[in-house]
Design a protein around this ligand. Sequence first.
Ligand code: NAD
Ligand code: UDX
Length: 464
Amino acid sequence: MKIKNICCIGAGYVGGPTMAVIAQKCPHIKVTVVDVNAARIAAWNDDDLDKLPVFEPGLDKVVEEARGRNLFFSTYVDQAIDEADMIFISVNTPTKTYGKGKGMAADLKYIELCARQIASVSKTNKIVVEKSTLPVRTASAIKNILDHTGNGVEFQILSNPEFLAEGTAIEDLLAPDRVLIGGDMSDKGKQAIQALVDIYANWVPQERILTTNVWSSELSKLTANAFLAQRVSSINSLSVLCEKTGADVNEVAKAIGMDSRIGSKFLKSSVGFGGSCFQKDILNLVYIAKTYGLNEVADYWEQVIIMNDYQKNRFSNNIVSTLYNTVSGKKITFLGWAFKKDTNDTRESAAIQVADNLLNEQAHIAVYDPKVVEERMYADLDYLNTRSEEENRNLLKVKADPYEACKDSHAVAVLTEWDAFKAYDWQRIYDNMLKPAFVFDGRGILDTQKLEDIGFVCYSIGKG
Ligand code: NAD
Ligand code: UDX
């Protein structure tokens, strides 16, 4: 079966870039990305490519090439579903904030809504692809809804989890380590799998396209994120021991990473991992383990998150104790708010928790981030509900210029590893700060020797 028309429900950080690349690489396929969020769709359609709702290096070029040719962004969800042979579900699957499984299980209400909408609109057979990250065995729930509420048309469900990381989404999509496709092992299931393999085969080498059963595919995605996050928590757990003993976490990471059995990637100690995926997916894994009564398994993975919370709180506690046990009324400057460099995404960013802790100590915070807009930062803080929206706006100020942000502050804290921070005129920053001038490098990106020569008092994560 040759796919000619694709619809993707959800124009977010995954749906947008993923479909842009499919459209770029498959000019013979019409790709329509739909979303209920009209403002987001308008931004995807904006002539000014700087206004795209997702910032990703290289994304603007891909959108520019394919948009209007075979890539379309629309709010007409029903029409796009009706016309498509293959429908990707790429909606958000956040952690539940209510009811059973609150704070742990994935909230599948958006997924279910999609399934019901697909069922009610479809008049021809469709292949439905889970692109969102879902708990293992979700495909059977989707299939149930489709088969029992539909118009008698046939649906095949595939699992095709996305492994892109934000900030490198386009390179990850163009040259993925692997593409994973899970499907039903019946003849029709195999045909559906092949239809999706054929799409990726337009640019991904066959040996990198892996096919499995649906449950392996669903579970592999949660497992991959759990393993990746575990590496960060593992190295972060050692960062504090390095600080106590005089070891240097970067040296330790290099030394162990050169062991080919361990590998060098994902061993960068930090103020804590963030992003929309790691915490949510591990909590989900923990919840699934618990529902099967596997408490030891659940506790094992939960520790990855406990260590991450410890790392974030440890960073803010250290700022307070270093600044003579009080930051009340003191100006502290944050360089970076995004959860990592090269993205405008702030979901679960360590900066949010660190800011909240310092605001509880009555600090005044000034923030500069090259890509995150002011409203986003305030929305992140307001969401925690720790203090009034007015207090958040009084205590935290967002600056458009990094030097302005650092002026008259007691301390600068690096929360995101933006490359530009390394090239700043640190002498100029020092000259305009209160003394002693402190730098807390939560990402280990600055040359502390150089800063100390200028006169800064430096703390760098994991350096004794
Ligand atoms: P997102 O919040 O950026 O985008 C989801 C979009 O879906 C939103 O724009 C929302 O308006 C839309 N939506 C929700 N319900 C809808 C409906 N019924 N009809 C139409 N549109 C609807 O989320 P995201 O970061 O793109 O993540 C999507 C999924 O991909 C999640 O399951 C996530 O776990 C997974 N994932 C994310 C990443 C990542 O790096 N962000 C990587 C791999 C996998
Ligand atoms: C992650 C997975 O990497 C990706 O495969 C999956 O599809 C979605 O979730 P993402 O969250 O976008 O991607 O970014 P990632 O590069 O994994 O970084 C996550 C967090 O870990 C960031 O806050 C990052 O700064 C932190 N991190 C990462 C470290 O602190 N140290 C490292 O060595 C690597």
